[in-house]
Ligand binder design. Structure first.
Ligand code: PLP
Length: 395
């Protein structure tokens, strides 16, 4: 009989020539289980999604409750759906007062698309500035902002009037001008290999946007929901962006994204033309119910207060000379090795031993570590033992 692995390769679209091919039968907490009883510790949280672990019981309960009431009923923005309203209210409650309106999407890339449209319409300007080495998603608009030419040229032509600045470089901020509709940056550059900007840089960026009237848009799609030890990473810099983009961890494992703006900014998409930015499934009620429960778990289980202690344990356990540097903030980390061969060999060895780590799209010398915030101290020690073993073997 043809196996699922063979059918996966044959019948589902492939995004590379070297998929990881781990077969998943069920998941629980920080573990994935294969059909033959293999157990894998998920040290990347399904790529920064499962911040509270997989299938958290409170998220499952919220999903079941919502399933009993309704799933999809109509396109976004027409009917009053309690899960959307309650989640928007809960998000605005934990955010600075400046924000007043939440637009729900299905994904991160859609949050990026919507934010760009709002910024252009609100400012009446056309130029968007992004950062070199950025990653914001794979739709054509989001792809236009990717700070890696190889990825852009393969799918050209993309959006016009997009230009790039060096991330975390004060001297490049002068490129932001009265022509700029928005500057879109990740709060911490993830796929670039976890590049944490300085507070001085972020504050200067905020100031330059204020001076020129450009909107500052933060991509917190990887950094959001406690990953860095604060609910949102912008809190580390003592600034507030104009538009905040969320996805991944927001849904507690369900597909959901959002962009959040002051009310008067968001309101520009209401008319001229009416229905100029709509979505069928954005803010799906089951996803919103899961997201509300997930946010409550982060708050009630005090997950934020444990992040630094857990991150420090990783750093202590992985303090070996073969690792050139450990970059990151909180539980968004990367281990710097020397080359991709080492990264590839180490991540494969770890997978064989039941530890899932990975690499970053635009930094081939870095290993990705971003475990669920619920990981225990014992589990960190267990995982680090295997990672050390792999690094000593291959580096
Ligand atoms: N922005 C960042 C920083 C991301 O890491 C990603 C996805 O990895 C996206 C945007 C796009 O999100 P999605 O894959 O949900 O479209």
């Amino acid at each position: 009989m043809i196996s699922n692995r063979e059918l996966f390769l044959k019948n589902t679209a492939q995004t590379s020539n070297s998929p990881r091919l781990i077969e998943v039968e069920r998941v629980e907490g920080i573990y994935l289980y294969g059909p033959d009883g293999q157990r894998y510790m998920d040290l990347v949280s399904g790529f920064n999604v499962s911040n509270i672990g997989h299938r958290h019981p409170k998220v499952l309960a919220a999903i079941h409750q919502q399933l009993e009431k309704f799933m999809h009923v109509t396109v976004y923005g027409e009917f009053v759906q309690a899960p959307q309203v309650e989640l928007a209210t809960a998000l605005l409650d934990v955010l600075p007062k400046k924000y007043g309106s939440v637009y729900f999407t299905n994904s991160g890339a859609e949050a990026v698309e919507g934010s760009m449209k709002v910024a252009k319409k609100y400012t009446g300007r056309r130029e968007i500035i992004a950062a070199k080495k950025a990653y914001h998603g794979s739709t054509q608009g989001a792809l236009s902002l990717i700070g890696n030419e190889e990825y852009r040229t393969a799918y050209a032509p993309l959006l016009p009037e997009v230009s790039f600045i060096d991330y975390n470089d004060l001297s490049d901020l002068e490129k932001i001008s009265e022509r700029t509709a928005a500057v879109i940056v990740e709060a911490i550059q993830g796929e670039a290999g976890v590049r944490v900007p300085s507070k001085e840089y972020m504050q200067a960026l905020r100031k330059r946007c204020d001076e020129t009237g450009a909107l500052l848009i933060f991509d917190e799609i990887q950094t959001g929901f406690g990953r860095t030890g604060k609910l949102f990473a912008f809190e580390h810099f003592d600034i507030v962006p104009d538009i905040l983009m969320l996805a991944k961890g927001i849904g507690g494992g369900m597909p959901l994204g959002a962009f959040i703006a002051p009310k008067e900014v968001m309101d520009v998409i209401k008319d001229n033309p009416m229905l100029g930015h709509i979505t069928t499934f954005g803010g799906h009620p089951v996803s919103c119910a899961a997201a509300k429960a997930s946010l409550k778990v982060i708050q009630e289980e005090n997950l934020l207060s444990q992040v630094n202690e857990k991150a420090n344990l990783f750093r202590t356990e992985l303090d070996i000379p073969q690792i050139k540097e450990i970059r990151g903030l909180g539980l968004m980390m990367c281990l710097q090795l020397e080359n991709f061969d080492q990264v590839y060999a180490v991540s494969n060895y770890c997978a064989e031993k039941g530890i899932i780590i990975d690499w970053y799209l635009h930094c081939e010398t870095a290993l990705r570590i971003a475990p669920p915030l619920t990981i225990s101290m014992d589990e960190i020690q267990e995982a680090c033992k295997i990672i050390r073993e792999a690094i000593v073997k291959f580096c």
